[in-house]
Design a protein around this ligand. Structure first.
Ligand code: LMR
Length: 435
Protein backbone atom coordinates (compact mmCIF):
# COMPACT_ATOMS: atom_id res chain seq x y z
CA UNK A 1 0.00 0.00 0.00
CA UNK A 2 1.37 3.43 -0.90
CA UNK A 3 2.31 5.55 2.06
CA UNK A 4 -0.19 8.21 1.08
CA UNK A 5 -3.03 5.62 0.99
CA UNK A 6 -2.11 4.24 4.34
CA UNK A 7 -2.03 7.73 5.72
CA UNK A 8 -5.52 8.59 4.50
CA UNK A 9 -6.84 5.33 5.79
CA UNK A 10 -5.58 5.98 9.28
CA UNK A 11 -7.07 9.43 9.31
CA UNK A 12 -10.43 8.20 8.12
CA UNK A 13 -10.36 5.45 10.66
CA UNK A 14 -9.56 8.01 13.33
CA UNK A 15 -12.41 10.34 12.40
CA UNK A 16 -15.02 7.62 12.34
CA UNK A 17 -13.86 6.32 15.68
CA UNK A 18 -13.96 9.78 17.15
CA UNK A 19 -17.56 10.38 16.13
CA UNK A 20 -18.40 6.94 17.46
CA UNK A 21 -16.90 7.82 20.82
CA UNK A 22 -18.77 11.11 20.90
CA UNK A 23 -22.06 9.47 20.04
CA UNK A 24 -21.59 6.80 22.64
CA UNK A 25 -20.80 9.43 25.21
CA UNK A 26 -23.98 11.31 24.57
CA UNK A 27 -26.04 8.18 25.10
CA UNK A 28 -24.32 6.46 27.94
CA UNK A 29 -23.08 9.52 29.92
CA UNK A 30 -19.68 8.00 30.49
CA UNK A 31 -17.59 10.00 32.88
CA UNK A 32 -14.27 9.69 31.17
CA UNK A 33 -13.29 10.03 27.54
CA UNK A 34 -11.22 6.96 26.94
CA UNK A 35 -8.57 6.95 24.26
CA UNK A 36 -9.84 5.44 21.04
CA UNK A 37 -9.63 1.66 20.88
CA UNK A 38 -6.26 0.79 19.39
CA UNK A 39 -4.63 -2.49 18.58
CA UNK A 40 -2.08 -3.83 21.03
CA UNK A 41 -2.36 -0.88 23.34
CA UNK A 42 -0.38 1.19 20.87
CA UNK A 43 -0.77 4.77 19.80
CA UNK A 44 -1.01 5.22 16.05
CA UNK A 45 0.66 8.25 14.60
CA UNK A 46 1.68 9.28 11.12
CA UNK A 47 4.86 11.15 10.43
CA UNK A 48 5.23 13.92 7.94
CA UNK A 49 8.01 16.37 7.42
CA UNK A 50 7.74 19.39 5.22
CA UNK A 51 9.37 17.45 2.37
CA UNK A 52 7.98 13.93 2.48
CA UNK A 53 5.56 11.67 4.24
CA UNK A 54 7.14 8.93 6.31
CA UNK A 55 5.85 5.52 7.19
CA UNK A 56 3.38 5.48 10.06
CA UNK A 57 5.05 4.93 13.42
CA UNK A 58 3.66 2.96 16.33
CA UNK A 59 4.44 4.43 19.68
CA UNK A 60 4.09 2.11 22.63
CA UNK A 61 1.91 3.53 25.36
CA UNK A 62 2.00 0.66 27.84
CA UNK A 63 2.49 3.26 30.56
CA UNK A 64 -0.75 3.27 32.56
CA UNK A 65 -0.64 7.08 32.69
CA UNK A 66 -1.64 7.18 29.04
CA UNK A 67 -1.64 10.44 27.13
CA UNK A 68 -5.06 11.81 26.23
CA UNK A 69 -6.21 11.62 22.64
CA UNK A 70 -4.69 13.79 20.02
CA UNK A 71 -7.19 15.51 17.79
CA UNK A 72 -7.45 15.15 13.99
CA UNK A 73 -4.54 16.69 12.13
CA UNK A 74 -2.63 17.00 15.39
CA UNK A 75 -2.27 13.22 15.47
CA UNK A 76 0.28 13.52 12.70
CA UNK A 77 3.77 13.49 14.06
CA UNK A 78 6.42 15.86 12.80
CA UNK A 79 10.12 16.15 13.01
CA UNK A 80 10.35 18.92 15.56
CA UNK A 81 14.06 18.33 16.15
CA UNK A 82 14.83 19.09 12.53
CA UNK A 83 12.57 22.10 12.61
CA UNK A 84 14.13 23.30 15.83
CA UNK A 85 17.48 23.31 14.07
CA UNK A 86 16.30 25.27 11.07
CA UNK A 87 13.98 27.63 12.89
CA UNK A 88 15.73 27.82 16.27
CA UNK A 89 12.52 26.81 17.92
CA UNK A 90 12.44 26.16 21.63
CA UNK A 91 11.41 22.87 23.21
CA UNK A 92 7.67 22.19 22.97
CA UNK A 93 5.63 23.23 26.01
CA UNK A 94 2.38 21.66 27.14
CA UNK A 95 -0.44 23.99 28.04
CA UNK A 96 -3.51 22.52 29.72
CA UNK A 97 -6.70 24.57 29.66
CA UNK A 98 -9.84 23.67 31.59
CA UNK A 99 -13.23 25.04 30.59
CA UNK A 100 -11.79 24.85 27.11
CA UNK A 101 -15.12 25.00 25.31
CA UNK A 102 -16.17 28.18 27.11
CA UNK A 103 -16.16 31.80 26.01
CA UNK A 104 -12.95 32.84 27.75
CA UNK A 105 -11.06 29.93 26.24
CA UNK A 106 -12.46 30.68 22.83
CA UNK A 107 -10.59 33.97 22.94
CA UNK A 108 -7.56 32.62 24.74
CA UNK A 109 -6.72 29.48 22.76
CA UNK A 110 -6.21 31.30 19.48
CA UNK A 111 -3.90 33.80 21.16
CA UNK A 112 -1.87 30.96 22.65
CA UNK A 113 -1.69 29.17 19.32
CA UNK A 114 -0.70 32.29 17.38
CA UNK A 115 2.53 32.74 19.33
CA UNK A 116 1.59 36.09 20.83
CA UNK A 117 1.81 34.74 24.37
CA UNK A 118 4.93 32.56 24.52
CA UNK A 119 6.69 34.03 21.52
CA UNK A 120 7.19 33.27 17.82
CA UNK A 121 9.84 30.60 18.48
CA UNK A 122 7.88 28.58 21.03
CA UNK A 123 5.97 25.56 19.71
CA UNK A 124 3.08 24.55 21.91
CA UNK A 125 0.80 21.65 22.65
CA UNK A 126 -2.74 22.42 23.81
CA UNK A 127 -4.43 19.97 26.16
CA UNK A 128 -8.07 20.85 26.39
CA UNK A 129 -10.25 19.77 29.28
CA UNK A 130 -13.99 19.94 28.94
CA UNK A 131 -16.96 18.31 30.57
CA UNK A 132 -19.12 15.51 29.34
CA UNK A 133 -21.71 18.11 28.36
CA UNK A 134 -19.23 20.25 26.44
CA UNK A 135 -17.35 17.47 24.67
CA UNK A 136 -18.94 18.06 21.30
CA UNK A 137 -18.28 21.79 21.53
CA UNK A 138 -14.71 20.95 22.44
CA UNK A 139 -14.38 19.02 19.19
CA UNK A 140 -15.64 22.15 17.44
CA UNK A 141 -12.89 24.17 19.14
CA UNK A 142 -10.28 21.61 18.06
CA UNK A 143 -11.60 21.74 14.49
CA UNK A 144 -11.25 25.51 14.41
CA UNK A 145 -7.72 25.18 15.73
CA UNK A 146 -6.99 22.69 12.92
CA UNK A 147 -8.39 25.06 10.31
CA UNK A 148 -6.29 27.95 11.58
CA UNK A 149 -3.02 26.30 10.42
CA UNK A 150 -0.98 27.84 13.25
CA UNK A 151 2.66 26.86 12.60
CA UNK A 152 3.52 26.81 16.31
CA UNK A 153 0.57 24.67 17.35
CA UNK A 154 2.01 21.15 17.18
CA UNK A 155 -0.41 19.10 19.25
CA UNK A 156 -4.00 19.36 20.40
CA UNK A 157 -5.71 16.84 22.59
CA UNK A 158 -9.17 16.92 24.12
CA UNK A 159 -10.69 15.03 27.01
CA UNK A 160 -12.82 15.15 30.11
CA UNK A 161 -10.52 13.36 32.54
CA UNK A 162 -8.11 15.76 34.23
CA UNK A 163 -5.67 12.92 34.99
CA UNK A 164 -5.29 12.34 31.25
CA UNK A 165 -5.42 15.91 30.05
CA UNK A 166 -3.00 17.36 32.61
CA UNK A 167 -0.29 14.83 31.78
CA UNK A 168 3.11 16.62 31.61
CA UNK A 169 1.46 20.05 31.65
CA UNK A 170 3.97 22.91 31.96
CA UNK A 171 1.14 25.41 32.34
CA UNK A 172 -2.38 24.80 33.62
CA UNK A 173 -4.91 27.53 32.95
CA UNK A 174 -7.90 26.57 35.08
CA UNK A 175 -10.84 28.45 33.68
CA UNK A 176 -13.76 26.05 34.02
CA UNK A 177 -16.00 26.56 37.04
CA UNK A 178 -19.69 26.51 37.78
CA UNK A 179 -21.40 29.90 37.84
CA UNK A 180 -23.48 30.72 40.90
CA UNK A 181 -27.00 29.56 40.14
CA UNK A 182 -30.23 31.23 41.28
CA UNK A 183 -30.73 30.85 45.03
CA UNK A 184 -27.29 29.31 45.53
CA UNK A 185 -25.55 30.43 48.73
CA UNK A 186 -22.00 31.69 48.40
CA UNK A 187 -20.95 28.81 50.67
CA UNK A 188 -22.58 26.43 48.17
CA UNK A 189 -20.60 27.95 45.32
CA UNK A 190 -17.37 27.62 47.29
CA UNK A 191 -18.15 23.98 47.92
CA UNK A 192 -19.17 23.03 44.37
CA UNK A 193 -16.25 24.77 42.70
CA UNK A 194 -13.90 23.84 45.51
CA UNK A 195 -14.53 20.18 44.75
CA UNK A 196 -13.61 20.73 41.11
CA UNK A 197 -10.36 22.45 42.09
CA UNK A 198 -9.51 19.86 44.74
CA UNK A 199 -9.80 17.17 42.08
CA UNK A 200 -7.78 19.16 39.57
CA UNK A 201 -5.10 19.83 42.21
CA UNK A 202 -4.83 16.08 42.79
CA UNK A 203 -4.59 15.44 39.07
CA UNK A 204 -1.87 18.07 38.62
CA UNK A 205 0.00 16.58 41.55
CA UNK A 206 -0.17 13.13 39.96
CA UNK A 207 0.64 13.82 36.32
CA UNK A 208 1.74 17.41 35.56
CA UNK A 209 5.30 18.68 35.24
CA UNK A 210 6.86 19.11 38.70
CA UNK A 211 7.28 22.81 37.98
CA UNK A 212 3.88 23.41 36.37
CA UNK A 213 2.64 27.00 36.63
CA UNK A 214 -1.04 27.15 37.47
CA UNK A 215 -3.31 30.13 36.86
CA UNK A 216 -6.75 29.80 38.42
CA UNK A 217 -9.44 31.85 36.71
CA UNK A 218 -12.65 30.05 37.75
CA UNK A 219 -14.34 31.88 40.62
CA UNK A 220 -13.97 32.29 43.52
CA UNK A 221 -10.44 32.14 42.12
CA UNK A 222 -8.36 32.94 45.22
CA UNK A 223 -9.90 30.22 47.33
CA UNK A 224 -10.06 27.82 44.39
CA UNK A 225 -6.31 28.36 43.95
CA UNK A 226 -5.77 27.68 47.66
CA UNK A 227 -7.76 24.45 47.44
CA UNK A 228 -5.88 23.44 44.31
CA UNK A 229 -2.42 23.99 45.81
CA UNK A 230 -3.35 22.20 49.04
CA UNK A 231 -4.29 19.18 46.97
CA UNK A 232 -1.01 19.31 45.05
CA UNK A 233 1.61 19.01 47.80
CA UNK A 234 4.37 17.95 45.39
CA UNK A 235 4.13 21.14 43.35
CA UNK A 236 5.58 24.33 44.88
CA UNK A 237 2.76 26.46 46.37
CA UNK A 238 4.48 29.45 44.81
CA UNK A 239 3.54 28.16 41.36
CA UNK A 240 -0.19 28.77 41.90
CA UNK A 241 -1.79 32.05 40.87
CA UNK A 242 -5.32 33.43 41.11
CA UNK A 243 -6.08 35.80 38.26
CA UNK A 244 -6.38 39.40 39.43
CA UNK A 245 -4.73 40.84 36.34
CA UNK A 246 -8.13 41.76 34.91
CA UNK A 247 -8.75 43.90 37.99
CA UNK A 248 -5.34 45.53 37.55
CA UNK A 249 -6.14 46.33 33.92
CA UNK A 250 -9.52 47.73 34.88
CA UNK A 251 -7.95 49.94 37.55
CA UNK A 252 -5.33 51.26 35.11
CA UNK A 253 -8.03 52.12 32.61
CA UNK A 254 -10.09 54.11 35.15
CA UNK A 255 -7.06 56.05 36.43
CA UNK A 256 -6.02 56.88 32.87
CA UNK A 257 -9.53 58.05 32.06
CA UNK A 258 -9.65 60.33 35.11
CA UNK A 259 -6.16 61.75 34.48
CA UNK A 260 -6.80 62.21 30.75
CA UNK A 261 -3.81 60.12 29.68
CA UNK A 262 -3.50 56.95 27.63
CA UNK A 263 -3.53 53.85 29.82
CA UNK A 264 0.08 52.89 29.05
CA UNK A 265 1.11 55.79 31.26
CA UNK A 266 -0.26 54.07 34.37
CA UNK A 267 2.20 51.80 36.20
CA UNK A 268 2.83 50.15 39.58
CA UNK A 269 -0.82 49.18 39.91
CA UNK A 270 -1.44 46.70 42.70
CA UNK A 271 -4.67 44.90 43.38
CA UNK A 272 -4.56 43.63 46.96
CA UNK A 273 -6.53 40.66 48.20
CA UNK A 274 -9.50 38.80 46.84
CA UNK A 275 -10.99 38.86 43.35
CA UNK A 276 -14.26 40.05 44.85
CA UNK A 277 -15.91 43.30 45.83
CA UNK A 278 -13.48 43.63 48.75
CA UNK A 279 -10.43 43.81 46.47
CA UNK A 280 -8.25 46.87 46.98
CA UNK A 281 -7.03 48.78 43.92
CA UNK A 282 -4.01 50.58 45.39
CA UNK A 283 -3.90 54.22 44.25
CA UNK A 284 -1.31 55.08 46.91
CA UNK A 285 1.55 53.23 45.20
CA UNK A 286 0.32 53.48 41.60
CA UNK A 287 1.91 56.01 39.25
CA UNK A 288 0.89 58.03 36.23
CA UNK A 289 3.77 59.06 33.99
CA UNK A 290 6.07 57.97 36.83
CA UNK A 291 4.41 60.36 39.32
CA UNK A 292 2.36 59.08 42.30
CA UNK A 293 -1.32 58.99 41.36
CA UNK A 294 -2.30 61.15 44.35
CA UNK A 295 -0.13 63.96 42.99
CA UNK A 296 -1.82 63.73 39.60
CA UNK A 297 -5.40 63.07 40.71
CA UNK A 298 -5.95 65.34 43.72
CA UNK A 299 -9.56 64.24 44.24
CA UNK A 300 -9.02 61.82 47.18
CA UNK A 301 -12.76 61.31 47.66
CA UNK A 302 -13.03 60.08 44.05
CA UNK A 303 -10.08 57.74 44.53
CA UNK A 304 -11.35 56.28 47.80
CA UNK A 305 -14.98 55.94 46.80
CA UNK A 306 -15.85 56.06 43.11
CA UNK A 307 -12.63 54.65 41.69
CA UNK A 308 -12.34 51.87 44.25
CA UNK A 309 -15.96 50.80 43.82
CA UNK A 310 -15.83 51.07 40.06
CA UNK A 311 -12.96 48.58 39.91
CA UNK A 312 -14.49 46.28 42.52
CA UNK A 313 -17.83 46.10 40.70
CA UNK A 314 -16.74 46.36 37.07
CA UNK A 315 -17.39 42.67 36.42
CA UNK A 316 -20.98 42.98 37.65
CA UNK A 317 -21.71 46.09 35.62
CA UNK A 318 -20.38 44.28 32.57
CA UNK A 319 -22.61 41.27 33.21
CA UNK A 320 -25.62 43.61 33.26
CA UNK A 321 -24.66 44.99 29.85
CA UNK A 322 -23.58 41.75 28.18
CA UNK A 323 -25.86 39.32 29.94
CA UNK A 324 -22.80 37.20 30.71
CA UNK A 325 -19.40 37.47 32.34
CA UNK A 326 -16.45 39.20 30.78
CA UNK A 327 -14.71 36.86 28.34
CA UNK A 328 -12.46 38.69 25.86
CA UNK A 329 -10.92 41.01 28.45
CA UNK A 330 -10.46 38.08 30.82
CA UNK A 331 -8.61 36.17 28.09
CA UNK A 332 -6.44 39.22 27.41
CA UNK A 333 -5.63 39.49 31.10
CA UNK A 334 -4.64 35.80 31.22
CA UNK A 335 -2.26 36.54 28.36
CA UNK A 336 -0.91 39.53 30.31
CA UNK A 337 -0.53 37.38 33.44
CA UNK A 338 1.46 34.71 31.58
CA UNK A 339 3.59 37.25 29.76
CA UNK A 340 4.42 38.93 33.07
CA UNK A 341 5.92 35.64 34.22
CA UNK A 342 7.81 34.77 31.04
CA UNK A 343 9.27 38.20 30.31
CA UNK A 344 11.31 40.35 32.71
CA UNK A 345 9.22 43.01 34.48
CA UNK A 346 10.16 46.50 33.28
CA UNK A 347 12.52 48.20 35.73
CA UNK A 348 10.72 49.89 38.61
CA UNK A 349 7.32 48.46 37.68
CA UNK A 350 5.38 45.43 38.93
CA UNK A 351 2.21 43.44 38.27
CA UNK A 352 -0.53 41.97 40.45
CA UNK A 353 -1.20 38.32 40.97
CA UNK A 354 -3.05 36.31 43.59
CA UNK A 355 -0.28 34.26 45.16
CA UNK A 356 0.39 32.22 48.27
CA UNK A 357 1.08 34.45 51.26
CA UNK A 358 3.71 32.32 53.05
CA UNK A 359 6.64 34.58 53.98
CA UNK A 360 5.09 37.77 52.58
CA UNK A 361 6.72 41.01 53.78
CA UNK A 362 3.45 42.94 54.34
CA UNK A 363 2.16 41.23 57.47
CA UNK A 364 -0.71 39.61 55.59
CA UNK A 365 -1.96 36.43 57.23
CA UNK A 366 -0.04 33.37 56.03
CA UNK A 367 -1.56 30.44 54.18
CA UNK A 368 -4.07 32.14 51.91
CA UNK A 369 -3.96 33.20 48.25
CA UNK A 370 -3.89 36.99 48.16
CA UNK A 371 -3.27 39.40 45.32
CA UNK A 372 0.00 41.27 45.86
CA UNK A 373 2.61 43.15 43.79
CA UNK A 374 5.08 40.85 42.01
CA UNK A 375 8.12 41.15 39.82
CA UNK A 376 9.60 38.50 37.55
CA UNK A 377 12.94 37.89 35.87
CA UNK A 378 11.00 36.25 33.06
CA UNK A 379 11.78 32.69 34.12
CA UNK A 380 8.20 31.82 35.13
CA UNK A 381 8.93 32.61 38.76
CA UNK A 382 8.32 35.87 40.66
CA UNK A 383 9.25 37.70 43.82
CA UNK A 384 7.11 39.99 45.95
CA UNK A 385 7.87 43.70 45.75
CA UNK A 386 9.21 45.12 49.01
CA UNK A 387 9.26 48.86 48.34
CA UNK A 388 5.56 49.67 48.74
CA UNK A 389 4.05 52.10 51.23
CA UNK A 390 0.88 51.87 53.31
CA UNK A 391 -1.45 54.41 54.91
CA UNK A 392 -4.44 53.90 57.20
CA UNK A 393 -6.94 53.72 54.32
CA UNK A 394 -4.94 51.06 52.48
CA UNK A 395 -4.28 49.05 55.66
CA UNK A 396 -7.93 49.03 56.71
CA UNK A 397 -9.08 47.94 53.23
CA UNK A 398 -6.46 45.20 53.12
CA UNK A 399 -7.71 43.96 56.50
CA UNK A 400 -11.24 43.66 55.13
CA UNK A 401 -10.30 41.62 52.08
CA UNK A 402 -7.97 39.51 54.24
CA UNK A 403 -10.84 38.79 56.65
CA UNK A 404 -13.00 37.70 53.72
CA UNK A 405 -10.34 35.30 52.44
CA UNK A 406 -9.81 33.84 55.91
CA UNK A 407 -13.56 33.25 56.18
CA UNK A 408 -13.57 31.57 52.74
CA UNK A 409 -10.69 29.39 53.86
CA UNK A 410 -12.60 28.25 56.97
CA UNK A 411 -15.54 27.46 54.71
CA UNK A 412 -13.51 25.04 52.59
CA UNK A 413 -11.50 23.38 55.37
CA UNK A 414 -12.99 20.02 54.31
CA UNK A 415 -11.37 20.47 50.88
CA UNK A 416 -7.93 21.58 52.05
CA UNK A 417 -7.45 18.76 54.54
CA UNK A 418 -7.83 21.10 57.51
CA UNK A 419 -10.81 19.61 59.27
CA UNK A 420 -14.44 20.56 59.47
CA UNK A 421 -15.67 23.52 57.46
CA UNK A 422 -17.25 26.45 59.27
CA UNK A 423 -18.90 29.03 57.04
CA UNK A 424 -19.11 32.47 58.62
CA UNK A 425 -18.75 34.47 55.41
CA UNK A 426 -19.22 38.23 55.65
CA UNK A 427 -22.64 39.00 54.18
CA UNK A 428 -21.71 42.22 52.39
CA UNK A 429 -19.11 40.91 49.98
CA UNK A 430 -19.55 39.32 46.58
CA UNK A 431 -17.76 38.17 43.48
CA UNK A 432 -17.35 41.08 41.06
CA UNK A 433 -20.14 39.59 38.98
CA UNK A 434 -22.66 39.06 41.77
CA UNK A 435 -24.25 42.48 41.98
C1 LMR B 1 -15.19 39.44 36.33
O1 LMR B 1 -14.44 40.01 37.14
O2 LMR B 1 -15.53 39.96 35.26
C2 LMR B 1 -15.73 38.09 36.67
O3 LMR B 1 -14.93 37.49 37.62
C3 LMR B 1 -17.13 38.27 37.12
C4 LMR B 1 -17.82 36.99 37.47
O4 LMR B 1 -18.29 36.88 38.61
O5 LMR B 1 -17.91 36.12 36.61
Amino acid sequence: MAVADFYTKINLQYSSQLSYVSTRLSYSRRVSLRPLPRPHNSRICCSVTSKEAQAPVFVNTEDPRKKPDCYGVFCLTYDLTAEEETKSWKKLINIAVSGAAGMISNHLLFKLASGEVFGPDQPISLKLLGSERSLQALEGVAMELEDSLFPLLREVSIGIDSYEVFQDADWALLIGAKPRGPGMERAGLLDINGQIFAEQGKALNAVASRNVKVIVVGNPCNTNALICLKNAPDIPAKNFHALTRLDENRAKCQLALKAGVFYDKVSNMTIWGNHSTTQVPDFLNAKINGIPVKEVIKDTKWLEEEFTEMVQKRGGVLIKKWGRSSAASTAVSIVDAIRSLVTPTPKGDWFSSGVYTAGNPYGIEEDIVFSMPCRSKGDGDYELVKDVIFDDFLRSRIKKTEAELLAEKRCVAHLTGEGIAVCDLPGDTMLPGEM
